[in-house]
Design a binder for this molecule. Structure first.
Ligand SMILES: Nc1ncnc2c1ncn2[C@@H]1O[C@H](COP(=O)(O)OP(=O)(O)OP(=O)(O)O)[C@@H](O)[C@H]1O
Ligand SMILES: [Mg+2]
Length: 295
C-alpha cells in the first residue's frame, strides 16, 4: 500500500513539475473550492457531516456537488434514501461519463454516487485513475465540491486529499478516535510533504463546546510538536439523537430538523469555512493539474 501511495504521489508531483494547467485559466476563473472530509477511525460521522454541509451550502445558493469518494462502502446514497443505477466505478471503468452518473437530489445539490464492494479500492490502475481525472474535470462548474472519503488512508483516498484545497479530519472525543485522527494526520504530513493541504479538525459527538475545543487543542498541540505541522480547529457538532433518527428515516437532519443542535453546528461550520479564504488562483485548476496531465 505504501508503495502505491508513493507511486501515486510521485506521479502527481511529476505532473505538478511539468508545468501549469494549460487551458488559459478558464477553470481557475470558476474558483471551485474542493473540500475533502476524512478520518482515521471509521464511523465518526463523516458522511452525515458531508451530506448536511452540502445541504447548508445549497441553501446558501451555492452550486454544490457531493462526491461519495468511497468505492468500498458507499453510503451517501443510503443517507439520502436513493438507489443510483450507476456509480463512480462505472466512470473509473470507462463505462459511463461523469455526466451520466451525477444525480440530482431533492435538496438542491447534486451527488456522485460511490460504489459498494469494490475490493481493488486501494489499487486503481493508471488507466482507471486517468478516466477518473478526465471525468472529474467536467465538474468544474460547481462552486463547492465536497468529497466524502472512506476512513483511513487508502492510496486513492490520499490522492483525493492531495487534490483538495481544504481537508477536514473528523474525530470524536473518544481516545481511539483521537489516536487514529493523529495517525491519519501523520500520514498526510509525511506523504504530502511538499504540498500539505489546509488541514482542519471537526470534533463530532461532543457534549459541550469546551469539550470540542479541548479535544482539538490536544491534537493541534501534538501535531505541532511532533509533526511540525500547523493545523486548525474548524468546529464541533453536538452528540444529538436527531442524527441517528435522521439516518433511520433516510432524511438529512438539516431538512427535517433545521433547528436541532446538530443542524445549527453544521451551519456554523459552513459559515466559518466561508470566512476562511482559499487560494482562488488555484481551486479546481490545481486538482486538474495534479490529476489530469497526460494520463
Ligand atoms: N453528532 C452525532 N450525534 C449522534 N450520532 C451521530 C452523530 N454523528 C454521527 N452519528 C452516528 O454515527 C454513525 C456513523 O455516522 P457516519 O456514517 O456519518 O460516519 P462515517 O464516518 O461516515 O462512517 P464510515 O467511516 O463508515 O464511512 C451513524 O449511525 C450516525 O447516526
Ligand atoms: Mg461514511
Amino acid at each position: 500500500m505504501e508503495d502505491q501511495a508513493s507511486e501515486l504521489k510521485a506521479m502527481m508531483q511529476n505532473r505538478l513539475e511539468k508545468g501549469a494547467y494549460q487551458s488559459g485559466g478558464k477553470l481557475n476563473a470558476n474558483k471551485t473550492r474542493i473540500i475533502a472530509i476524512t478520518s482515521g477511525k471509521g464511523g465518526v460521522g463523516k458522511t452525515n457531516i458531508a451530506v448536511n454541509m452540502a445541504i447548508s451550502y445549497a441553501q446558501a445558493g451555492k452550486k454544490v456537488i457531493l462526491i461519495d469518494g468511497d468505492l468500498g462502502m458507499a453510503n451517501v446514497n443510503v443517507l439520502l434514501g436513493v438507489s443510483p443505477k450507476a456509480n463512480l466505478l462505472d466512470v473509473v471503468n470507462n463505462r459511463r461519463r461523469m455526466s451520466d452518473i451525477v444525480t440530482e437530489t431533492e435538496y438542491g445539490f447534486q451527488f456522485v454516487p460511490g460504489a459498494n464492494g469494490f475490493s481493488r479500492i486501494a489499487n486503481l490502475t493508471e488507466k482507471e485513475m486517468k478516466n477518473f481525472a478526465k471525468e472529474f474535470s467536467t465538474l468544474s462548474n460547481a462552486d463547492i465540491i465536497i468529497i466524502d472519503t472512506g476512513a483511513g488512508i487508502a492510496t486513492n483516498v490520499l490522492g483525493l486529499l492531495t487534490a483538495a484545497d481544504d481537508v477536514y479530519v473528523v474525530t470524536t472525543p473518544e481516545p481511539t478516535s483521537i489516536t487514529d485522527a493523529y495517525s491519519v494526520i501523520k500520514i498526510i504530513a509525511t506523504e504530502m510533504l511538499e504540498n500539505r493541504p489546509n488541514l482542519k479538525l471537526i470534533v463530532n459527538k461532543v457534549h459541550s463546546s469546551s469539550e470540542g475545543k479541548r479535544v482539538a487543542e490536544r491534537i493541534i498541540t501534538i501535531v505541532a510538536q511532533f509533526l511540525n505541522y500547523q493545523i486548525d480547529y474548524l468546529g464541533f457538532v453536538y452528540e444529538d439523537t436527531t442524527v441517528p433518527s435522521s439516518v433511520l428515516r433516510q432524511k438529512p437532519f438539516l431538512i427535517t430538523k433545521p433547528d436541532a443542535k446538530c443542524s445549527i453546528c453544521i451551519k456554523h461550520i459552513v459559515g466559518r469555512i466561508e470566512k476562511t479564504p482559499f487560494d482562488s488562483q488555484e481551486g479546481f485548476g490545481r486538482f486538474f493539474r495534479k490529476f489530469n496531465r497526460k494520463w
